[in-house]
Design a protein around this ligand. Structure first.
Ligand SMILES: *[C@@H]1O[C@H](CO)[C@@H](O)[C@H](O)[C@H]1NC(C)=O
Ligand SMILES: *[C@@H]1O[C@H](CO)[C@@H](O)[C@H](O)[C@H]1NC(C)=O
Ligand SMILES: *[C@@H]1O[C@H](CO)[C@@H](O)[C@H](O)[C@H]1NC(C)=O
Length: 768
């Protein structure tokens, strides 16, 4: 038998290990006394505190887990645990520093944890602590976010999943907006009929107090209680078209969102990837979205449509007016797009930019939109070269928006390219609503009201971004800054912009408010924008920007991609280090409840989400570890060689003689007892085991010897918080050497095809 490489899933492995014990759900060992979510929004800045009080009902100490989901855009700013009269506060540290503590904890053999994962709009926060018999613990997590206005509204998303029905369960949302609230609505999976009478909406306060019965009876509920979202949707009054400016303690924030202006006609060029990987549902949904978009064009808009694979297929060589004849003909073209071929992003974007450049743009707003699901594979494929070509072609004249379809795209590349050209990148999730996601994005930019917007603040300093190429109806421009010497006399805000036929010049009045939040809004926006800027730069400039972003993250105690929160736990227990992931890291699709993972306080039984494995497979590109084994060495002896791939450029190869670590171009070989670090991978080699920590995954490879033949056995000590690891279970015979008396397991490996066509959970067996 030739050497066959098999991918083995971490999850699968864990399921098979764990499933040795039957999964029993018991309510007796722990109890949530109370679970409160309290969110206060002041001037569009939301501060949310989640408090959970849990008691260990057992006569022995027990590990209690706190596991919640928070919006991706938010920064965690505080975490504390109260145990037995003691407070344990999380401390925000520079990432390198936290990483060091983490590595040290791992080298002491402790199970330090990293927590991070990304879904469409939420990411996960998870920590646990050992609580003595009959003692209580209170977890308190605070996160902050600036509400972003899209489609004429703000949406505050609250995820409720206490993991068991809770007697004292409360969600309170208070909205304080000086200008008054125009409307307020409650949506989301929890806003259903069964829970309707648990939700009360007053003018500026929404509260949700479901009874224990309601928590088990609603659509998204079960034995484990609620699992779903509450989305508070609202908009503020805008009596003053100049927007409102609030100031406090030397800082100001300006919200600018005029809506009574006439629209500006636009020139839009859509550049659509039709390469082979778009085949099937993606291209179908793209066709549907394109037809919607074409239908929505106004008669005085001009548009262009380019599809590409290894070649470029423009529908027309120039922009044409969106009259009904042209729109019909373009819709026909769109209906007939067929997928196949390579991906020449460079040529496609240059042609799109050229079409806009040769069109008369006077008095209109030009927009270039790229939709792709992969990386450049032909033509110019060097990412930096593409970026510099595109930047040169666009030359700051119009924004470029990049839509990355699925997880085979290099999202960071798209993000950088968009930011370099005054646009943004957006991920389109491969799902049944992908066409709506595409359409939704288009609608955000469908109605330009102003171009060349410059926000001027005489007497202001340390300003966040002040120049915006376009302002779209339904969105909002937010600028924050410091008022020089806190001198309001000399502080003069001004907006200069181009509207349809005239130049606008606004002067705005300043409202005084008294809360410290304004400074935090400024810090939040500044850090977000510095992180975007850092992405675009290189060399010493990048370091400078990074340093400043880090300084502010530390000063305001924000967990950002540059910092981590270190949680020291009670005596003898490990620290936990919490990272904020980047968009590209650890993606995880958030599926409708009912298909979610069930992870219990105490963590002895874990059933995993049963998401579409095919999609998880796609997501691997972005991050994630996978293990490869030499199949022919399996038999019931374990493995001869194990490969672990982490991210795209870190690889660890373990055989019975030693460990080879490859980090990018660097390759090192290690034998004997050693501690090796490479990027985010830490390898500790001991006498007869090898510990590997990579991201939030911790794996132990046991080295066994039987009949003087050495072999390896992988054991997952800490499963990844993002359950996006993929791979296969098998059906060969193998012994589980991770437990004292090895058990024979006969459903351990299986063929790739059958595994990838069924949800992972299907492979869970209650008993072996
Ligand atoms: C929620 O937070 C607000 C502001 O921090 C506070 O005034 C209020 O008492 C809190 N409500 C609850 C129910 O904890
Ligand atoms: C902008 O949006 C508002 C509603 O938010 C709407 O009343 C107005 O007509 C829109 N303006 C244009 C030009 O479409
Ligand atoms: C903002 O725009 C103004 C006017 O268009 C220009 O003078 C200024 O240099 C721009 N500032 C930045 C930071 O790009």
């Amino acid at each position: 038998m030739g050497r066959t490489v098999v991918q083995l899933t971490l999850i699968g492995l864990q399921l098979s290990m764990r499933s040795v014990k039957p999964v029993v759900f018991s309510q007796d060992d722990w109890d949530i006394y109370s679970f409160h979510i309290n969110s206060t929004v002041t001037s569009r800045y939301a501060t949310t505190v989640i408090t959970s009080r849990v008691v260990n009902r057992m006569d022995e100490s027990k590990e209690i887990e706190f596991h919640v989901r928070i919006p991706k855009n938010a920064f965690i700013s505080k975490f504390r645990m109260f145990i037995d009269g003691q407070v344990y506060d999380g401390v925000v540290k520079a990432k390198e520093q936290a990483q060091q503590q983490y590595t040290e904890a791992v080298s002491r053999g402790e199970s330090a944890g990293l927590v991070s994962s990304v879904g469409r709009t939420l990411e996960e926060f998870k920590t646990s602590v050992t609580v003595a018999a009959h003692k209580k613990v209170t977890f308190e997590l605070t996160y902050e976010e600036l509400m972003k206005r899209t489609h004429g509204k703000y949406e505050l998303q609250i995820h409720a999943r206490p993991m068991q029905p809770v007697k004292d369960f409360k969600v309170d949302v208070y909205i304080h907006e000086e200008a008054g609230i125009n409307f307020i609505d409650v949506k989301g999976g929890l806003s259903t009929k069964a829970l309707a009478n648990a939700i009360t909406k007053t003018h500026a306060w929404v509260y949700f107090y479901p009874t224990v019965d309601q928590q088990t009876m609603c659509d998204n509920c079960g034995e484990q209680g609620m699992n779903g979202d509450l989305v508070i949707v609202y908009d503020v009054n805008r009596n003053n078209e100049l927007g409102d400016i609030k100031k406090s303690a030397g800082y100001f924030v300006h919200h600018f969102a005029p809506s009574n202006l006439p629209r500006i006609s636009k020139n839009v060029v859509l550049v659509i990837d039709k390469s082979g990987s778009m085949q099937g549902r993606k291209i179908e949904q793209t066709r549907i979205a394109l037809i919607h978009i074409l239908n929505d064009l106004a008669e005085d808009d001009h548009f262009g449509l380019i599809t590409f694979d290894g070649n470029i297929f423009p529908w027309k060589l120039e922009l044409v007016q969106a009259n009904s004849k042209n729109v019909e003909s373009a819709k026909n073209f769109a209906r007939n797009i067929q997928a196949g071929g390579n991906t020449d992003i460079n040529q496609a974007l240059l042609q799109g930019a050229n079409m806009l450049n040769t069109h008369d743009r006077e008095g209109s707003a030009s927009i270039l939109i790229l939709l792709t699901d992969g990386q450049p594979t032909t033509g110019v494929t060097n990412l930096e070269k593409i970026q510099s070509n595109v930047r040169q072609a666009v030359a700051g004249k119009f924004p470029l928006y990049c839509l990355g379809f699925g997880f085979d795209v290099d999202f960071e590349f798209l993000e950088k390219m968009s930011l370099q050209n005054n646009g943004v990148a957006r991920r389109i999730y491969v799902d049944s609503d992908a066409d709506l996601q595409l359409k939704g994005f288009y609608e955000e930019v469908a109605t330009p009201l102003l171009t060349d917007v410059t926000m001027i603040y005489v007497g202001g300093t340390n300003l966040t971004q002040t120049n915006f190429s376009h302002y779209y109806n339904g969105s909002e421009i937010v600028v924050a800054g410091e008022i020089t010497d806190n001198n309001i006399e000399t502080f003069t805000p001004q907006v200069v912009a181009i509207s349809v036929m005239f130049d606008l010049r606004y002067l705005s009045a300043v409202i005084f408010v008294s809360d410290d939040l304004i400074q935090r809004v400024w810090a939040y926006l500044t850090v977000k924008q510095l992180l975007d800027k850092e992405l675009q730069l290189s060399g010493p400039e990048k370091e400078q920007v990074k340093k400043e972003a880090l300084r502010l993250s530390l000063k305001y105690s924000f967990v950002t991609p540059l910092t981590s929160m270190v949680v020291t736990k009670p005596l003898g227990e490990t620290i936990h280090v919490l990272h904020k992931p980047k968009e590209c890291e650890a993606p995880q699709s958030m599926k409708p409840p009912g298909r979610q993972s069930i992870s219990r306080h105490g963590g002895t039984s874990t059933r995993h989400r049963s998401d579409n494995v095919g999609e998880q497979h796609k997501q691997r590109q972005c991050k994630t570890s996978s293990i490869h084994h030499d199949l022919d060495s399996v038999a019931n002896r374990g493995f001869k060689r194990i490969f672990i791939h982490f991210k795209t450029n870190q690889h660890v190869e373990i055989d019975t003689k030693g460990v080879t670590v490859r980090d990018g171009q660097t390759e090192t070989h290690h034998t004997g007892q050693d501690l090796v670090t490479a990027g985010s991978v830490t390898v500790i080699m001991r006498n007869n085991e090898i510990d590997i920590a990579a991201g939030d995954v911790r794996l132990v490879i046991l080295v066994h010897e039987k009949n003087s033949i050495k072999f390896l056995w992988p054991v997952l000590r800490q499963h990844p918080s993002a359950n996006n690891t993929d791979g296969l279970l098998g059906d060969g015979n193998a012994s589980d050497y991770s437990i004292a008396s090895p058990l024979m397991m006969n459903c351990w490996l299986t063929s790739a095809d059958s595994a990838l066509q069924r949800p992972l959970a299907d492979f869970v067996v209650p008993q072996l």
